[in-house]
Design a protein around this ligand. Sequence first.
Ligand SMILES: C[S@@+](CC[C@H](N)C(=O)[O-])C[C@H]1O[C@@H](n2cnc3c(N)ncnc32)[C@H](O)[C@@H]1O
Length: 215
Amino acid sequence: MARMRTKRNIPARMEKCHERWFDAPMLNKGKWREACGFPEDIPVWLEIGCGKGKFCTEMALRHPEVLYIAMERDASVTLAAIEKAHELEIPNLFFIRGDAGIIENYFAENEVNRIFLNFSDPWTRQNKPKRRLTYRDFLNKYKVMMREGGAIEFKTDNDDLFDFSLNEFEETGFTLEDVTRDLHNSEWNEENIRTEFEQKFADQGITIKRVVAKM
Ligand SMILES: C[S@@+](CC[C@H](N)C(=O)[O-])C[C@H]1O[C@@H](n2cnc3c(N)ncnc32)[C@H](O)[C@@H]1O
């Protein structure tokens, strides 16, 4: 019942937070900074599959010096994230409700400085590695969008997906840095922001894997 009520209300609730998202985000391709009212030299950070928005809201608050764009394909999940950002009145956080499968339609060459992939769907049981957001076809698209010196930060609970991703990063010419298979017991734990899924996995005793892949 509650779930249906939430879904029915999506358009009205989205409308209330209209300053956080765009009707036609593809029109911002190549001009995200201008579209969001920021100067041309501000770094753009992009999170793909932001879920309910804990990570992106905390990151945008911690980094007012960047323009943070969060992408999510599920409508009700995107709404939860947008409402969080709206409530907190975060000026540097904007959302795209869309599918990373066509990410090249949203971002132009050299437009993004950093990409965050947190607990991306592993597609292990379905055995569909090409759908993974760290599959080489995705990485090659990200490379085109990213500025020199850019990096992708990738976190997962899944060992298979992590090993696969390390290989895909290397095969597509990224350099691996800050690799850990136990982020929460590493030197990076203090600065780490836990996502919703990350907390859930940590509560189950699952160690978190993380890599920073540099261009
Ligand atoms: C396992 S959840 C993780 C959510 C969040 N990042 C976290 O760590 O709590 C994966 C999220 O990625 C989104 N997602 C999966 N594939 C996507 C795609 N191709 N484009 C945009 N979002 C996607 C899903 O809808 C889901 O919300």
